[in-house]
Design a protein around this ligand. Structure first.
Ligand code: NAP
Length: 303
């Protein structure tokens, strides 16, 4: 497979870069001054594209790669991949579900604990803090990651409720068909759903106000799930108790107004950034590419 051209859209963990380079003819897009400079020289060589949550692939890029056969994203989310175009060109798309679930849930709980218990306060003034144990937890999107957050919250003695497209009665958790009702009945609201046109700004002013001045919002989904200007205003005005964010609406930019807030903790989209998980994600990307080029069934197809 050494002659097969594979294009990576942005830097990822060194493990996947090294393992891909051992097996394929790897092109790193960020080593070129622009996509058009790359495409002029190598567009016809590319048969596979490896994207990530940070840099996906749009319709124009797909159109520029006439021999593209497969897109494999080093992420579970595929909101930044033009699925419509891939479907039209009959290009399969794969992602990396399951292997990252625990890490993202761990980061979600870590954000909640560090915010509530002021683990890393910006100033050293001592004060009493609220506790996480026993708080009413709401989860937006009871999928793989949402479920893993729920299990962890149960360990803290927190009653769990959720909002998803469909009710999952087997979980025993309380289901709300409207997110606003979930927010009104939650003290800590975790966002872990898929990003789509329906879920863009699913956390809007109404949801923030329903959560209220003692409520905590934790977002480990995607930045655009939250109306960020509304969040900033609510945090500044004290209409929301606090927020823990791993993702931002216009990454890597973070609104200036967020930076000095005491009722906010942030991590730079590191939900999956443990060594073990980066290796597992890399292995899954490679397994999917090898399966495709050997004519075998894909391990984790999206399309
Ligand atoms: P998943 O198992 O597919 O779960 C997605 C959940 O979103 C499901 O519960 C689904 O509800 C819900 N959902 C979809 N559309 C909805 C809508 N319109 N309204 C309400 N709920 C809706 O995916 P996952 O593996 O848990 O990953 C979830 C997301 O986490 C990813 O898409 C990604 O954006 C994000 N993520 C972030 C990081 C990070 O580093 N921060 C890392 C990995 C993933 P139903 O079950 O009812 O369909």
């Amino acid at each position: 497979m050494e002659s097969i051209g594979v294009l990576m859209t942005c830097p990822m963990h060194s493990y996947i870069q090294e393992e891909l380079a051992k097996r394929f003819n790897l092109f790193k897009l960020w080593h070129y001054p622009s996509f058009s400079a790359f495409a002029q020289a190598h567009a016809h060589s590319i048969r596979a594209l490896v994207a990530s949550a940070k840099v996906g692939v749009d319709a124009a890029t797909i159109d520029s790669l006439p021999n593209l056969e497969i897109v494999s994203t080093y992420s579970v989310g595929y909101d930044n991949i033009d699925l419509h175009k891939c479907r039209h060109r009959a290009i399969p798309v794969t992602n990396t579900p399951n292997v990252l679930t625990d890490d993202v849930a761990d980061v979600a709980i870590a954000l909640a604990l560090s915010l509530l218990c002021r683990i890393c306060p910006r100033n050293s003034t001592w004060q009493f803090t609220p506790k996480l144990s026993g708080k009413a937890v709401g989860i937006v999107g009871l999928g793989r990651i949402g479920w893993a957050i729920a299990k962890r919250a149960e360990g803290f003695g927190c009653p769990v409720s959720y909002h998803s497209r469909s009710e999952k009665s087997e979980t025993g958790y309380k289901y709300y068909s409207h997110i606003i009702d979930l927010a009104a009945n939650s003290e800590v609201l975790f966002v872990a759903c898929t990003l789509s046109e329906e879920t863009r700004h699913i956390v809007n002013r109404g949801v923030i106000d329903a959560l209220g001045p003692k409520g905590i919002l934790i977002n480990v989904g995607r930045g655009p799930h939250v109306d960020e200007p509304e969040l900033v205003a609510a945090l500044i005005e004290g209409r929301l108790g606090g927020a823990g964010l791993d993702v931002f609406e216009n990454e890597p930019e973070v609104p200036e107004d967020l930076l000095g807030l005491e009722n906010l903790v942030m991590t730079p989209h590191v939900g999956t950034d443990t060594l073990e998980t980066c290796i597992a994600m890399g292995d899954l990307v490679i397994a999917n590419l090898e399966a495709h080029f050997l004519g075998n069934p894909l391990f984790t197809p999206v399309l």
